[in-house]
Design a protein around this ligand. Structure first.
Ligand SMILES: C[S@@+](CC[C@H](N)C(=O)[O-])C[C@H]1O[C@@H](n2cnc3c(N)ncnc32)[C@H](O)[C@@H]1O
Length: 211
């Protein structure tokens, strides 16, 4: 099963697994993201791999006026659209972010959350290039990622986990990039790192600015 089919399959269950009330790390991430949006008066946001629209909804609810979410999964986008019914100005687009993209107008902020870990390392450059190209000069990037296991000191390590979705078991392989590696990669694509933010033992955020 490819990644698109996999995310189509988990779309309906995704919120109850990752965005239930017990997942307090989402509240921490939301607080950091909200502060950055408000302090920098962010008016437009593009999200790469927006999934079920959790961060799109947050951005719309705090007053961001132009929002575009991109995802390859029609089923995830359909969940996102149903949540965003009261925010008709939020646009969603079905597209593959590992292919070269063109942007007619540029954004103040790009979000990419729990997406790089599902991207093969051979496609990573193209994704980061797209993210960089979507931003205006001094535009901000807010990235959320899984940390590598503490023993790993590699640029990228693969982790295969047996997950249960829709009553069946699937072996899912994640590509966990080290924070140092991602910082260097972002610098290569014209970003200045502002700060890494530690959320908990598994998750961190990176804030960067396009030069
Ligand atoms: C783990 S989910 C994260 C969803 C959301 N960003 C979040 O934080 O809840 C990864 C998302 O990335 C999307 N994705 C993975 N590869 C993609 C690709 N090549 N192009 C577009 N979207 C992709 C998946 O369809 C899925 O919705």
């Amino acid at each position: 099963m490819n990644s698109k089919e996999f995310f189509n399959l988990c779309a309906q269950e995704y919120d109850s697994v990752y965005y239930s009330a017990e997942n307090t790390e989402n509240k921490d991430i939301a607080q950091h993201l909200t502060n950055i949006i408000e302090q920098n008066k962010v008016e437009s946001i593009i999200e790469f791999g927006c999934g079920n629209g959790y961060w799109l909804l947050l951005s719309a609810s705090i007053g961001v006026q132009r929002i575009l979410g991109i995802d390859q999964s029609v089923a995830m986008l359909s969940v996102a659209k149903s949540k965003l019914i009261n925010y008709p100005f939020v646009e969603v687009l079905e597209s593959d972010i590992t292919q070269q993209m063109q942007f007619e107008s540029l954004f103040d902020m790009a979000i990419i959350s729990f997406v790089l870990s599902v991207i093969e390392s051979c496609r990573l450059d193209c994704v980061i290039d797209n993210v960089s190209k979507s931003l205006r000069r001094n535009g901000l990037l807010f990235m959320v990622e899984n940390k590598q296991p503490s023993l790993s000191a590699n640029d990228v390590c693969k982790l295969t986990i047996c997950e249960h979705w829709g009553g069946a078991k699937y072996d899912v392989t994640y590509h966990l990039y080290s924070c140092t590696f991602l910082c260097h990669k972002l610098e290569e694509y014209g970003f200045r790192i502002i700060e890494p933010i530690d959320i908990n033992s598994d998750i961190y955020c990176l804030v960067a600015q396009k030069k």
